[in-house]
Design a protein around this ligand. Structure first.
Ligand SMILES: Cc1cc2nc3c(=O)[nH]c(=O)nc-3n(C[C@H](O)[C@H](O)[C@H](O)COP(=O)(O)OP(=O)(O)OC[C@H]3O[C@@H](n4cnc5c(N)ncnc54)[C@H](O)[C@@H]3O)c2cc1C
Length: 440
């Protein structure tokens, strides 16, 4: 087995910098616990004891509303809630907006099974305010996406299913809550938080795998084409040279996969090339606790596009997870860019830091200069799941299936989260074993 990686290190969007007692995540900082493949892989690698939950005592998330931080109402999940009480008491919505939300159980369910955008789904069921003031930032923000284009069936299937089964998100949320309660505290209880990470950062996972693979990793190896040989494949590398293989899993982004697949299956290449990507950047800053008037004892905040600010979200990493900063210090990070703020990617590193400092000053009252600053750009790193995404992926899979000893994997297809990507890689490995064991 050989792993060919274009860059200088393995891990892609999982990258941790450990410096002066800080554990700084430049890419993904956590993963969903309920999707178990990442944690299961970690346990198989002997990393079970390294998994850590979020610090639930700081488990608040804020949203920026009219230039101030407002707590997301208790029980509110991305775009819906099972309890109107906290929503009615929240300053996040206007009286009319609250009234519109309360009508949700009485809005007829959509009968068409066609895919729909996040914007259409949320405005239809809950009204414009929920989209503009919270759902665009919370749900769309995960994909750094434009809600006009973001597919609901590919990104929030649970809510689509609630409408289909219960006729209402409110009723669906209530039913889900009852189902959780009936399973008792053992199952629904607090052994694991909603998100988890690794004690020494997310890069623990790829670093451990890389250590196991040892000499079979080739960095600086960008695959640009693939052609059949008598008993397998020849992979051409950028800058010359090639590698022969019995079987190939292509886990590169869809645009790179398109190029590789193009001579073999042009129709699949066209569909792969049609998956667009957004770019983003993270800016990590360290502070002293005394730099804050009241330290932000919360996981972080999201910033709706209607607020016209220069960051799209921020995490208070050292409150979210234990051990991210030395005593008395705070590690915070901001997200910049995404599909709705493409212009921000034109800024230089110092300008990005200045923009984040301006926003932290305005929203958190921090005027002190940060200690460590780390800017990390992620160009074309976030696949955009546009309306029709799942149909596109099903067609890609159908076209790729007959290609012998070949499979695709990665964030472009059936989930962008780290557990989805682990599952996708494992499914691709299963496909390869099945193809190799089928007589030609
Ligand atoms: C900034 C950021 C924050 C995120 N936060 C979270 C989070 O908190 N939680 C979560 O669950 N998910 C998060 N995600 C999403 C998740 O981390 C990614 O979707 C996932 O890690 C992507 O994995 P991947 O292997 O598909 O792609 P990548 O991680 O992008 O890896 C693809 C690799 O392929 C290499 N490559 C590209 N082309 C070629 C080629 N032609 N030949 C050889 N190699 C090539 C690249 O260099 C790269 O190393 C985040 C993503 C980003 C970018």
């Amino acid at each position: 087995m050989e792993l060919l990686e274009r860059g200088a290190r393995c891990g892609g969007a999982l990258e941790t910098i450990r410096r002066d007692g800080f554990v700084i995540e430049t890419g993904a900082d956590s993963f969903l616990s309920e999707k178990t493949s990442a944690a299961e892989l970690a346990r198989r690698l002997g990393l079970g004891a390294e998994l850590i939950p979020t610090r639930e005592i700081y488990g608040k998330t804020f949203v920026v509303r009219a230039g101030r931080l407002v707590e997301v109402p208790a029980g509110f999940m991305m775009l819906a809630t099972a309890h109107f009480g906290p929503v009615f008491l929240s300053p996040l919505f206007s009286p009319l907006g609250k009234l519109r939300m309360a009508l949700e159980p009485f809005i007829a369910a959509r009968t068409s099974g066609d895919d729909e955008s996040l914007e259409s789904f949320v405005t239809r069921r809950l009204g414009r305010e929920v989209l503009d003031r919270v759902a665009q930032a919370l749900a769309g923000g995960i994909y750094t996406a434009d809600p006009k284009r973001l597919s609901t069936t590919a990104t929030i299937p649970r809510f689509v299913e609630m409408e289909r089964r219960h006729g209402s998100l409110f009723k669906g949320m209530r039913a889900a809550e009852r189902a959780r309660a009936s399973k008792g505290p053992e199952v629904s209880g607090a052994r694991w938080s909603l998100f988890q990470s690794f004690r020494n950062g997310m890069a623990t996972l790829p670093e451990t795998i890389a250590a196991r693979l040892g000499g079979s990793i080739r960095t600086g190896a960008e695959v640009i084409a693939m052609s059949p040989t008598a008993d397998g494949w020849r992979l051409a590398l950028a800058g010359g040279g090639s590698i022969d293989a019995d079987a190939v899993i292509c886990a590169a982004p869809a645009y790179a996969a398109a190029r590789i697949v193009s001579p073999l299956e042009p129709a699949a290449a066209k569909l792969l090339g049609g998956i667009s990507y957004a770019s983003a950047a993270t800016v990590n800053l360290t502070f002293r606790e005394s730099d804050f008037e009241g330290p932000p004892r919360a996981f972080g905040f999201v910033v709706p596009a209607i607020e016209h600010r220069r960051i799209i979200a921020a995490s208070f990493s050292s409150f979210k997870f234990e051990g991210r900063a030395p005593a008395g210090a705070i590690l915070a990070r901001a997200f910049i860019g995404g599909e709705l703020h493409r212009e921000m990617m034109n800024l230089g590193d110092d300008e990005m830091i200045a923009a984040v400092r301006d926003e932290f000053r305005a929203l958190l009252g921090v005027t002190a200069a940060p200690g460590i600053t780390v800017v990390r750009r992620w160009p074309d790193a976030m696949p955009q799941y546009d309306v029709g995404h799942l149909a596109r992926v099903a067609e890609i899979e159908r076209l790729v299936a007959p290609i012998p000893a070949f499979a695709i994997a990665g964030a472009a297809y059936r989930g962008v989260g780290s557990p989805d990507c682990v599952r996708s890689g494992e499914a691709a490995a299963d496909t390869i074993f099945a193809k190799l064991s089928t007589p030609k």
